[in-house]
Design a protein around this ligand. Structure first.
Ligand code: FEO
Ligand code: CA
Ligand code: CA
Ligand code: CA
Length: 688
């Protein structure tokens, strides 16, 4: 086994290594703008809330002593005291699924995989997936061509076995955003062309591609199920928002038929065979020309809470289509920010936007099914100081894959209750000083409550559970409803994933460099570091269909040699450094796999496996890294194959298509192209 060298990397002064251009096109420079959550909702750093009911019960009659003693201990322990749980335990052999040599941090312009594994590109931006689509030619792009080709900046991926067809799968991906400087030769950001706009609206959305498992990975197949969904494909809006005044436009007076999806980030595959995709940074696409009259003032606070502003956008879509112009179509942004459900088994099916799951910057949604068939969908709102949500269905999942079961199951996310999370800590407040120092009892842990916001019923009926909000308002301005009920501000909630083996639920909190800065909430037990550059991973023991949970931090990410990191109590001299956790997946052995976005430790992003149980709990091993400038997304981990999406290879402020930083995957004088990569081991399984 190769243990990775340590102490090679020092964190940047800034946040992650994510480039400014990524911020411009992906999240509209959210990081350099004011935090949109101006609610007074507390983090829970005050003693009254920090000592939770659980702690009180545990402490019995000596509550005051428990708080006081904690403070004294904190004062005595000092910064460098060895924290319980971090002492090096005798090394245990890796858990099944993690027996591979960790990939060392690096800055190669290549995909680097663990020794003994092979990898190959499955499909890249521009590859034809429909029968009449042309081959990729970066100098001859058209909207029509792109509509039949694989889209740009693949993020989520699902790999769905095709029933009855050995070695065949549907690869369902989404395409988050476009970066025209890295798509079009000679791109002029001040004067984008109509043709470029046509390509861009066709390059985002989703894609369905049949793939075949071969000796060399996965091979795309042109098949009848293949499909592209773009920024103008018809979608059905369901739930309490549908048909309301908030979502009607001149082009859609019914408020039920939305054109397209974009800004799709993570997602999930449902047990009934559909794919969920989160509409995340939708605000980037709506703007107004310089000097336009302001849109109706009634929406000003609502727009601000979602970061929508009546200014020219970076892409200038508002100059090509009035639905992106806020002064002409002020309700159009209210039709984005939902969870999209796609039935990939029917190429004619209309994707559904489920407003019962609320409107936010949905990172994605993943589903857990309880023993009685109740469906629980977890979804994070990826913004600094925004919230964790879940939806609990009122109907039960129906078994089977026939049309009746599919029709029923595709309404599961329309009827039920939407909740937002309020957390409290078991850690005395005095032990949370923003440094990330481990509390005296060895872990950051606490409990929490899911607060109901919206009860949705059949045919778009809804009941608001928030004072002075209608059901439609909760569905469309969910963030503001959650502000009102006292949800807990978190460090950018990204992907959720439930462990199929234990039912525990994991959440990646990617980073939050504003935590603890002037005018912003300070650290608390679940978000324990101020100016948090490296993020953390939360482990939740949830009463899935109920409203109570307990939680513990599994990882406080960053340089393992730094005092502010915590690797589940595992010996930190034996772990791969991980930073900025983003997307989550599970292998069949019960190990958590994490892909990263914006590694703040001066290495390329990568994919990591983390042990959750036994003496190896907290052991982190890096399985692969992606090329320069790229982000690792959409991991799928099967017993004999891993796939990842390589998003935005080569993206950097100093570079462009004409002056590339990366030539991956084409090499030579070729073009950097976002791609899906497969990794496998000849004749062997992953990590065993
Ligand atoms: Fe698209 Fe939450 O990252
Ligand atoms: Ca993400
Ligand atoms: Ca992210
Ligand atoms: Ca990502």
């Amino acid at each position: 086994m190769t243990l990775i060298p340590l102490n090679l990397f020092v964190a940047h002064d800034g946040a992650s290594k994510r480039q400014h251009i990524t911020c411009v096109y992906r999240c509209g420079n959210a990081c350099s703008k004011p935090v949109p959550n101006r609610s007074a909702n507390a983090y829970f750093g005050d003693i009254a809330r920090a000592v939770s009911r659980r702690t009180l019960l545990r402490a019995g009659g000596v509550t005051v002593l428990a708080v006081g003693a904690g403070s004294v201990l904190a004062a005595c322990a000092g910064e460098q005291a060895p924290a319980p749980g971090t002492t090096a335990a005798p090394y245990a052999a890796p858990r099944a699924g993690m027996d591979f040599a960790s990939v060392a941090p690096n800055t190669e312009d290549a995909v680097v995989v663990a020794d003994g594994y092979r990898h190959a590109v499955v499909i890249s931006w521009g590859d034809p997936i429909l029968p009449d689509a042309p081959a990729f030619d970066v100098t001859r792009q058209t909207g029509a061509a792109q509509r039949g080709q694989f889209g740009f900046n693949n993020d989520f991926a699902g790999l769905l076995p095709i029933p009855g067809r050995r070695d065949r799968f549907l690869l369902v991906t989404n395409f988050e955003y476009v970066t025209p400087e890295f798509m079009f030769p000679g791109y002029d950001a001040a004067a984008p062309t109509r043709e470029q706009f046509d390509v861009e609206i066709a390059a985002v959305g989703m894609g369905v591609v049949e793939v075949e498992r071969t000796a060399d990975g996965l091979r795309p197949v042109i098949d009848a199920l293949n499909r592209r969904i773009t920024a103008d494909s018809p979608m059905l809006l369901t739930g309490p928002a549908a048909g309301s005044d908030l979502v009607r436009t001149d082009a859609d007076p019914t408020g039920r038929t939305v054109a397209g999806t974009f800004a799709n980030c993570a997602g999930g595959v449902t047990p009934w065979g559909t794919v969920l995709s989160g509409e995340e940074n939708f605000q980037d696409y709506f703007g107004a020309a310089e000097g336009s009259p302001p849109p109706p003032p009634v929406q000003a606070d609502q727009m601000a809470r979602y970061g929508v502003s009546a200014e020219p956008t970076a892409l200038r879509w508002e100059t090509f289509d009035p639905r992106f112009d806020l002064t002409r179509t002020p309700n159009e942004p209210n039709r984005f920010g939902y969870i999209v459900e796609l039935n990939p088994w029917d190429p004619q099916s209309t994707p559904v936007k489920h407003s019962a799951l609320g409107r936010l910057k949905h990172e994605g949604a993943t589903v857990y099914v309880t023993d009685d068939g109740t469906v629980v969908a977890y979804t994070g709102d990826d913004e600094r100081f925004d919230y964790m949500y879940k939806f609990v269905s009122s109907k039960k999942m129906r078994d089977g894959t026939g049309p009746d079961a599919m029709a029923h199951n595709m309404t599961l996310l329309d009827e039920g209750t939407l909740y937002v999370a309020a957390l409290s800590g078991d850690v005395p407040a005095a032990q949370i000083d923003g440094s990330g120092r481990l509390p005296d009892d060895g872990a950051f842990r606490g409990s929490g409550t899911w607060i109901p916001l919206l009860r949705s019923g059949a045919d778009g009926q809804g009941e608001s559970l928030v004072d002075n909000f209608t059901a439609a308002q909760v569905a469309v301005f969910t963030r503001m409803a959650a502000d009102k009920v006292g949800a807990t501000k978190m460090d950018r909630p990204e992907d959720f994933e439930a462990n199929p083996a234990t039912g525990k639920v994991y959440l990646a909190l990617t980073n939050n460099t504003k935590r603890g800065t002037a005018g912003e909430p300070a650290a608390d037990a679940a978000n324990p570091r101020n100016e948090n550059k490296n993020g953390q991973v939360l482990e939740i023991t949830d009463d899935h269909a109920g409203t109570a949970f307990t939680w513990e931090l599994l990882l406080v990410c960053g340089d393992p040699q730094a005092a502010d990191t915590y690797y589940g109590g595992f010996d930190k001299t034996r772990v791969s450094p991980i930073s900025c956790p983003d997307n989550l997946a599970f292998d069949s052995h019960g190990n958590l796999w994490i892909s990263t976005d914006g590694n703040a430790l001066d290495s390329n992003d990568g994919l990591f496996a983390v042990a959750l149980e036994g003496p190896q709990r907290g052991e982190v091993r890096q399985f692969l890294t992606v090329p320069l400038g790229a982000e690792t997304c959409g991991p799928v981990v099967t017993d004999d194959l891993v796939t990842v999406c390589v998003q935005h290879p080569g993206e950097s402020d100093e570079h462009s298509l004409d002056n590339p930083q990366s030539r991956w995957p084409e090499g030579g004088t070729g073009t950097a192209r976002p791609s899906v990569v497969a990794v496998w081991r000849d004749g062997g399984q992953i990590g065993v």
